[in-house]
Design a protein around this ligand. Structure first.
Ligand code: FAD
Ligand code: SF4
Ligand code: SF4
Length: 398
């Protein structure tokens, strides 16, 4: 990307003041900057524009006739991977942090946008522009809450950075892509993670209190491919809570409205995506969307082992059953939930089929959420790929 069209300045709004997307705002940070001027075009919740932005970033929009692209977006390669020497304290094995460190230390970029924690609360995100490997390492592990990553945009421009790596989730990257030619960069690299079911800090507290045995000492959690939520605690102990045992009635209101209306689970506009949902248990999942993404992945080839993706099982019956169970807010007794988890782990979807299971379950739920709460937005807001995915299932009429 060579660019630099000067952008019209507007007065930034103060954090927490009015957001044009109102209840649907995911607090991506754009509105805390002078780039708020572009919000109507850039905000993922005011202007759904996957086709245009995919073409801008990847040179083409996704091929809806290809099952893989329908689900996972434009890509040229996909694999499972893990670090041969995992980074202690990273969310998975630390591939994201390692790519960022290599990009910085080998001079590809001058700064990395990533998210550290507030000194007072490990789950309150603090976006920064990291300029040392130590600062990148200090940002490892998920802050599983809405994070205003784009609030550093003015700082990027002021500091005169020309080559930048941004790490972020889908809604942040959608807004970033819409303004990327206004920031004055010579080269932008975007390293994305998948993202779903995010929460406000208050929502996270409710989730932890409803689900974990020791909410105050949780240092990490993840919804994993073995159909359990894995918690890690300060004392080094772990706890597994089966998905099917979650208190759906209590948790239905926990997720942020933005995330209940989000269809960018796999971060369609990143150059490279690093998650876990398409990998087998213990492995991360990498999607290379374009040559810039390949350039980033090449930086860590000596640090990772890889193997091809697999796809096993059939998700469809489980997704269909889950739609009404979620709608009726059913919570199973814990022993039934554990038993179901064990059986499904043995015979259920694996690899890419697990990723499709998760996408189908979230897209059907989110489609119903938008239809019921924002019916006028439904047609424009839901992208064509999501409409096709949702159309495979029978949904409740109202
Ligand atoms: P690390 O090396 O530990 O680095 C983590 C990076 O995440 C850091 O650079 C940090 O800057 C960034 N980060 C932390 N919190 C946030 C935040 N709130 N917003 C933006 N960036 C942040 N993967 C899936 O496959 N399926 C999912 O459903 C899924 N949900 C996710 C939800 C959230 C909120 C986040 C942040 C990530 C999610 N991921 C999901 C990605 C996955 O959990 C791992 O982050 C990813 O596999 C990278 O692991 P790692 O060990 O390489 O990362
Ligand atoms: Fe502004 Fe981002 Fe909220 Fe949209 S999601 S209203 S761009 S802060
Ligand atoms: Fe943003 Fe979607 Fe993640 Fe919510 S689920 S934080 S809207 S990418």
């Amino acid at each position: 990307m060579t660019l630099a069209q000067p952008h019209k300045k507007a007065k930034a709004l103060k954090p927490n003041s009015r957001r044009p997307a109102k209840d649907l705002c995911s607090e991506c940070g754009l509105c805390d900057t002078s780039y708020i001027h572009y919000v109507k075009d850039a905000c993922a919740f005011l202007n759904q524009q996957f086709d245009r932005l995919e073409a801008l970033v990847h040179g083409r929009s996704r091929n809806l006739e290809s099952d893989r692209e329908l689900y996972f977006g434009v890509h040229q390669d996909m694999m499972q991977a893990r670090k041969t020497e995992p980074i202690p304290g990273a969310q998975w094995t630390g591939i994201v942090s390692t790519i960022a460190i290599e990009m910085l230390t080998q001079g590809k970029v001058e700064g990395v946008v990533c998210v550290q924690s507030s000194p007072d609360d490990r789950f309150t995100p603090v976006p920064i522009i990291a300029k040392t490997p130590e600062e990148i390492l200090a940002a490892r592990v998920n802050k599983p809450t809405l994070s205003p990553n784009l609030n550093i945009l003015d700082l990027v421009e002021q500091s005169g950075l020309k080559r930048l790596l941004v790490i972020g989730v889908g809604c942040q990257i959608q807004a970033l892509r819409a303004v990327q030619d206004k920031i004055g960069l010579e080269k932008l690299y975007v390293l994305g993670t998948p993202c779903t079911d995010n929460v406000s800090r208050a929502g996270l507290q409710k989730f932890l209190e409803t689900t974990s045995r020791s909410p105050q000492t949780v240092v990490y959690y993840e919804f994993m491919q073995d159909f359990n939520v894995h918690f890690k605690y300060e004392d080094g102990s772990t706890e597994l809570v089966p998905f099917f045992g979650l208190n759906t009635k209590e948790l239905k209101d926990v997720f942020a409205p933005s995330c209940l209306s989000c269809f960018d689970y796999t971060n369609a506009l990143a150059d490279l995506v690093v998650g876990y949902m398409g990998g087998e248990f213990g492995w991360q999942w990498i999607v290379v969307r374009n040559e810039t993404g390949q350039e980033m992945l090449d930086m860590v080839q000596n640090h990772i082992e890889t193997k091809p993706v697999i796809s096993k099982g059939d998700r469809k019956a489980a997704v269909q059953q889950g739609i009404s169970a979620y709608d009726q807010a059913m919570t199973l007794p814990m022993w039934v939930a554990k038993l179901m988890g064990v059986v499904i782990e043995k015979v259920g979807p694996k690899g890419l089929e697990y990723a499709r299971f998760s996408i189908d379950s979230h897209f059907t739920r989110n489609y119903l959420f938008v239809k019921r709460n924002y019916p006028k937005k439904l047609d424009q807001h839901v992208p064509e790929f999501a409409k096709r995915i949702v159309a495979q299932y029978k949904l409740p009429k109202s």
